[in-house]
Design a protein around this ligand. Structure first.
Ligand SMILES: Nc1nc2c(ncn2[C@@H]2O[C@H](COP(=O)(O)OP(=O)(O)OP(=O)(O)O)[C@@H](O)[C@H]2O)c(=O)[nH]1
Ligand SMILES: [Mg+2]
Length: 336
């Protein structure tokens, strides 16, 4: 049967009843969002962890004036309306002697391969040397864009910075060269803007609340180690490691407020050293040094978790732990 064509209904009546169309608007530009990995690289002590904390506006990495403080890479995630920058704080680039140091350098190599941008930090107060050549050699192995960050400009004369820029720009094709101070926050806004412009257009990888990839346990171990590094010298910074044996959280009677309970954390930690004379140094006269380390670490951990903490520290000898895969696995395994 032939189908009768539908009657047109464009009478004056029907036009009046039709819903009014909104006037055509220009399509709003799609919001641009960039996400990527930015590796912080450089020699030990150049200020990578200080920079990570400054960029995030809070402490996620420990800092010390002794070299080789950072042993395991950690992430610091900064999310804004414009993008998500995933900073990777790495151990300092050095020639590895022990298995510990080889593992530290493996973190550096893997960050080199997986980052979208590399920030090379150099210490403006240090003379260029073999160590710096070694760093540039390491960076030549990849094609990733590299920003040169001349750090610690807060403590060098202005006329010292220009010769450093001149020297470096002849040695490597840096994408950007920026004098900064991680400690005083100089030029960090410029750095962040330039990083965001270069990162790939991509949705975020982490949720807005996530700021790091480290576990609470690892952070506590690092806080204890930071306090040790503050007080020890010579070979001691290199031969100490911290292992959190246990964390127990309980609700206990609050004696100041009868009838009320309050949370308390009991933390047991071991400080590993390599020899008995190291152990004696870390313990100190009549236990004074380990006590001081314990007081400072406990305060910082309590501030972080927001309630009372009991911290029990034991100093133990683990001969040649820096070459023991088992001990190294144990320490690394804390990161979760
Ligand atoms: N004056 C000054 N000191 C800084 C600056 N940035 C870092 N420092 C100091 O340099 C020392 C080393 O800082 P870290 O952030 O631990 O250095 P790092 O590069 O992470 O070191 P490793 O983890 O050992 O590779 C600390 O004493 C910091 O306070 C800066 O911009 N100005
Ligand atoms: Mg560090």
């Amino acid at each position: 049967m032939p189908r009768t064509p539908k009657a047109k209904t464009t009478t004056a009546e029907s036009k009046k009843d039709a819903p009014k169309r909104a006037p055509r608007k220009k399509a709003a530009p799609k919001p641009v969002f960039r996400t990527g990995y930015v590796a912080l690289m450089g020699r030990p002590n150049s200020g990578k962890s200080t920079l990570l904390n400054a960029l995030l506006g809070q402490k996620v990495a420990i800092v010390s004036d002794k070299p080789q403080t950072t042993r395991i890479s950690i992430l610091g995630i900064k999310t804004s309306e414009k993008g998500q920058i995933i900073f990777v704080d790495n151990p300092g680039i050095h020639k590895p002697l022990h298995t510990l140091n080889k593992r530290m350098m493996n973190f550096v190599y893997s960050a080199l391969e997986t980052s979208d941008i590399i920030c090379l930090l150099v210490d403006a107060t240090e003379k260029f040397g073999h160590g710096d050549e070694y760093v540039l050699e390491t960076l030549r192995k990849v094609k990733t864009p590299v920003f040169l960050l001349i750090n610690k400009v807060d403590i060098v004369r202005k006329d010292k910075v220009l010769p450093i820029i001149d020297q470096y720009k002849d040695l490597f094709p840096f994408k950007e060269i920026i004098p900064i101070s991680a400690l005083k926050g100089i030029n960090l806004d410029v750095l962040e803007k330039l990083l965001l412009e270069l990162l790939p257009l991509s949705p975020k990888v982490y949720s807005d609340e996530e700021i790091s990839d480290q576990s609470e346990r690892f952070l506590f171990a690092e806080i204890v180690r930071e306090k040790i590094l503050k007080y020890v010298t010579q070979e001691l910074p290199f031969v100490t490691a911290v292992y959190i044996e246990a964390i127990e959280k309980k609700d206990q009677q609050d004696w100041n407020k009868p009838g009320e309970m309050r949370p308390v954390a009991y933390i047991r930690a071991s400080i590993f050293v390599e020899k008995d004379n190291h152990r004696k140094i870390v313990i100190g006269r009549h236990g004074s040094l380990v006590k001081q380390i314990g007081i400072e670490a406990r305060q910082e951990i309590a501030e972080y978790i927001g309630h009372k903490v009991f911290l029990d520290l034991q100093v133990r000898v683990r001969e040649n732990w820096r070459d023991s895969e088992d001990v190294l696995d144990l320490i690394e395994g804390q990161k979760g």
